[in-house]
Write a protein that binds this ligand. Structure first.
Ligand code: AMP
Ligand code: ZN
Length: 499
């Protein structure tokens, strides 16, 4: 008998059995990236977590509609909702490009990174700018229901009225409206709001603002939270099964999404809210806005003061799977080195498993029973809120026995044929279909060696440049180019990529 999938719901603070609204189908919405700069590893962790969740739902036999948006308008600096500049507009102004060029550039980079980490693409990837009409319609509905009010062409959501009437504002994040009201913020346009906790759902554009659309209230643009309410409703219906995102989005983003959906249709958007925990860098949250980041490229090349060497994408994916999606994960060089060893041991264990032959003529009942129990435990752990670290621990327990048989410490006669078959198919399914790991083109130690060698070459080039030995530095760069290796000098150091 298969166990039932239980998921931790942030709203109730409990693990709940997944009972889809429509039998056999799951609708899942996950907040995607704001495409104004290169994706960082923290973002990657969140999307690897939801990729694991998506893959496991597929494995369970559900027909999943996975919607993950691209935020290309409305997300203002400092996550503010008034007075600050739009992150994408700002980048466009600085780089003297069209906002759409910025969005395109970083969307492509994001997709490339998702591919490198072997994340499956979502079923639908809607963009905020492609859904302005739906967002305007939602603002109208919220206003019609009395929760939105217009001031000088901007429209705000009345959180106090909503909290009073519905009693659910703050349910997701645990914030209290009374506390929010006393928070003072010194922002332009703050005085347009009836209450300090209100948030903008439509913002009148300043004359200098690059991204702007016509609306019944002004030429302007939607508030950041609105896109997810409008697009989840459009593609998954007013109420759907799962809404996810990083834990830092609980407030204000998700709290305000819930308010908007109720405000527009008097119904909850999602039955289950899931939040992934943060990736830390040496104990501190990795964040684009704080500059406390390691880029994926730096991780692969080892070109960062935080790292002693480069690590392969699958080592990093394995590293992420080793912790539960609701726990914080601290990225350190030591932890990556341990993950590299662990990943190698797991893949070697799998290769050994494929070479085993079960003779079964002198069956060790206890061992075979244990191996069967391990197989069950892997799926029970995954059914228990996607507990990948515990599922991995079970795999490693099996690897110990597999290696012992391979090395002749345990006689092949003791292993039953049917147990070997189910071990082989379980490993294949779990490693590749559910965990999304893959064998790297070259052996991981080769990749590590390439990364180490590149590190050395770039160090020599750096030294040549410091000694003003320009011809040597150019020779290194040009020769690498001929070999198809592009070297890029940026403000965060030098990186390389293979064309
Ligand atoms: P952003 O591009 O900043 O809108 O973020 C995209 C996604 O990455 C959101 O779901 C964030 O919650 C998530 N995220 C941002 N920083 C981190 C981090 N350090 N660790 C894990 N997830 C993060
Ligand atoms: Zn969102």
């Amino acid at each position: 008998m298969q166990s039932q999938l239980k998921i931790f719901n942030t709203i109730t603070g409990k693990k709940e059995e997944l009972v889809p609204l429509v039998k056999g189908r799951v609708g899942m919405y996950v907040c995607g990236p704001t495409v104004y700069s290169d994706v960082h590893l923290g973002n990657c962790r969140t999307f690897v977590s939801f990729d694991l969740i998506y893959r496991y739902l597929l494995f369970k036999g559900y027909k999943v509609r996975y919607v993950r948006n691209i935020t290309d308008v409305g997300h203002l600096e400092g996550d503010s909702d008034t007075g600050a500049e739009d992150k994408i507009s700002k980048k466009a102004r600085l780089e003297q490009l069209e906002p759409m060029e910025i969005a395109q550039k970083y969307t492509l980079g994001f997709h490339q990174m998702m591919d490198i980490f072997n994340n499956l693409p979502p079923s639908i990837e809607p963009r905020a700018t492609g859904h302005i009409l739906e967002q305007i319609e939602m603002v109208s509905e919220i206003m019609k229901n009395g929760y939105g009010y217009e001031v000088n062409g901007s429209v705000y959501f009345d959180t106090v009225k909503f909290a009073r009437e519905k009693g659910i504002y703050g349910q997701l994040s645990g914030r209290k409206i009374e506390d929010l009201l006393t928070e003072t913020r010194d922002l332009k346009k703050q005085d347009e709001k009836r209450n300090p906790s209100d948030f903008a759902i439509w913002i009148k554009a300043d004359p200098s603002h690059l991204m702007r659309w016509n609306s019944p209230w002004s030429i302007g643009f939607p508030g950041w939270h609105l896109e997810c309410s409008a697009m989840s409703t459009k593609y998954l219906g007013r109420t759907f099964d799962i809404h996810g995102g990083g834990g830092d989005l609980k407030f204000p983003h998700h709290e305000n999404e819930v308010a908007q959906n109720y405000g527009a249709c008097n119904c909850a958007p999602a039955k289950i809210w899931m939040h992934g925990n943060m990736l830390l860098l040496n104990g501190k949250k990795m964040s684009k806005s704080d500059g406390n980041t390691v880029t994926p490229e730096q991780l692969f090349t080892g070109d960062s003061p935080h790292l002693s060497k480069g690590y392969t994408p699958m080592t990093v994916r394995f590293f992420m799977l080793q912790s539960h999606y609701r726990s914080t994960l601290d990225l350190t060089d030591e932890a990556l080195q341990a993950a590299e060893k662990g990943f190698k041991r797991l893949m070697e264990g799998y290769k050994n498993l494929l070479t085993l032959e079960a003779k079964g003529s002198d069956e060790d009942v206890e061992m075979n029973n244990r191996l069967e129990a391990i197989i069950r435990e892997i799926f029970e752990n995954m059914d228990d809120d996607f507990n990948s670290p515990r599922a991995l621990a079970s795999l490693f327990e099996a690897v110990t026995t597999i290696n012992a048989i391979k090395n002749g410490h345990i006689a092949a006669e003791m292993l039953r044929d049917d147990v070997l078959n189910s071990l082989q198919s379980t490993f294949r399914t779990v490693l590749f279909d559910i965990f999304g790991l893959k064998e790297e083109q070259s052996d991981s130690s080769d990749y590590g060696l390439t990364a180490d060698l590149m590190g050395l070459i770039l160090k020599l080039r750096h030294q040549a440049r410091e000694e003003k030995n320009w011809s040597m530095a150019d020779t290194i760069r040009d020769t690498l180019k001929e070999l198809g290796v592009e070297v890029k000098d940026g403000k965060d150091g030098t990186s390389w990529s293979v064309n």
